[in-house]
Design a binder for this molecule. Structure first.
Ligand SMILES: *Cc1c(COP(=O)(O)O)cnc(C)c1O
Length: 386
């Protein structure tokens, strides 16, 4: 019968599907599950963005194929936003490419740069598409461990010279999913130096730049002088405006990198629904109070969860950004087993660290995507079993 491609069989198992199955089974049994597993905002998209979609969807002009390279108005809105937010100047014609969610672009990028057997340098633990996209493009993944003792930053000096010679892409993601770690300009400069020296494309995933706390402001890798020679940065409206389901994001940076990604995409998709692009413009140009309110909400939840866990004797740090709490498992247990105990004994879903890669073993991730009352309930349940 059908035989699957070698690439498909090489993809790491998608652990999250298994967790989802277990969760659904527990719910079907009528159990009251508190889901701290998924990184998906629980709050609705702000109303003015929905109104913009509603209005645009009624205009037949917007029912036709969109332009592959995105609406000029969206591209110039993005340029304006980057200028205001990071003081980075981008040419809307050549240095910005709207995407059907940033995951799409992140996963397609390797097709443009990897030949069979070339390496991507990928942090571990990480957001899964860095690995998946590399393997589907026929490339190989070299893992850069993100260790607590290095503040969850990769150590480039540990990458063997044999790998550097065949490496093409360097993935960097701060604020980081799943560890919640952050990085500043010094780290970015270093990463860019390493990329230039080894002729790598530096891929910066900045999905969480607007989700930060205690006055901390994440930076863009493109703020580093000379960054535009080697950097492509991915951005998304998903987390900033509670728009995960809408599928709109973008890539920006070096014009050659942008046009290479655009070429791949022009063979695969036909752009973002125009009405959604117009709603994206409304998001970026409309009132930004919603973003501040979102941060305040997550910050309250963060403080509640972290101090509650620490009161149990767990040793948990408060992240400065992202809506993830990366938790060292307080007992001797594999992350999958520990997550299973949380589900069985406390009806709590958390994500086992190993789902993000082998260096995530020993940790679980909890997301701040449930109301504070539910968090308090979760903490009470944990107190009973630990
Ligand atoms: C959520 C997330 C994204 C955004 O994905 P979209 O496809 O834009 O919804 C990108 N990178 C990381 C690390 C994420 O966690």
């Amino acid at each position: 019968m059908f035989k699957l491609s070698k690439k498909l069989s090489e993809l790491p198992p998608y652990l999250f599907l298994e967790i989802d199955k277990a969760k659904r089974k527990a719910r079907a049994q009528g159990r009251d599950i508190i889901d701290l597993g998924i990184g998906d905002p629980d709050q609705p998209t702000p109303k003015h963005i929905i109104e913009a979609l509603y209005k645009a969807a009624q205009d037949p002009v917007n029912h036709r194929y969109a332009l592959d390279q995105g609406m000029p108005a969206l591209r110039s809105t993005i340029a304006g936003w980057y200028k205001r937010r990071f003081n980075v100047t981008l040419d809307p014609e050549t240095e910005i490419l709207p995407l059907i969610g940033s995951k799409e672009g992140i996963a397609h990028l390797p097709v443009a740069f990897l030949n069979n057997g070339d390496y991507s340098l990928v942090p571990d633990p990480c957001y899964p598409p860095y690995k998946g996209g590399t393997i589907l493009a026929g490339g190989r993944v070299h893992l850069m461990p993100l260790l607590e003792e290095n503040a969850f930053l990769p150590d480039f000096t540990k990458i063997p010279f044999s790998v550097r010679k065949r490496a093409k892409l360097l993935y960097i993601n701060y604020p980081n999913n799943p560890t919640g770690a952050v990085a500043g300009k010094d780290f970015y400069s270093n990463a860019i130096k390493f990329a230039v020296k080894n002729k790598l494309v530096a891929v910066s995933d900045l999905a969480y730049s607007e989700m930060s706390y205690d006055g901390y402001q994440p930076q863009s890798m493109l703020e580093v002088e000379g960054a535009k020679d080697s950097v492509i940065e991915f951005h998304s409206l998903s987390k900033t405006y509670n728009m995960t389901g809408w599928r709109v994001g973008w890539a920006c940076g070096n014009a050659k990198l942008i046009s290479a990604l655009a070429k791949v995409k022009s063979n695969i998709d036909s752009g973002i629904f125009t009405a959604i692009q117009l709603a994206g413009i409304a998001a970026l140009e409309g009132p930004q109070q919603y973003v501040l309110d979102m941060c305040r909400l997550y910050q309250e939840r963060r403080d509640c969860l972290v101090s509650g866990l620490n009161a149990l004797g767990w040793k948990v740090n408060k992240p400065k950004a992202t809506f993830y709490i990366w938790i060292k498992i307080p007992v001797k247990s594999k992350s999958i087993d520990f997550a299973a105990v949380l589900l069985d004994k406390a009806d709590i879903v958390a994500t086992p660290g190993v789902g993000f890669g082998k260096y995530g073993e020993g940790y679980i991730r909890m997301a701040l995507t449930v109301p504070k009352e539910r968090m308090v309930q979760a903490l009470e349940r944990l107190k009973k079993i630990f």
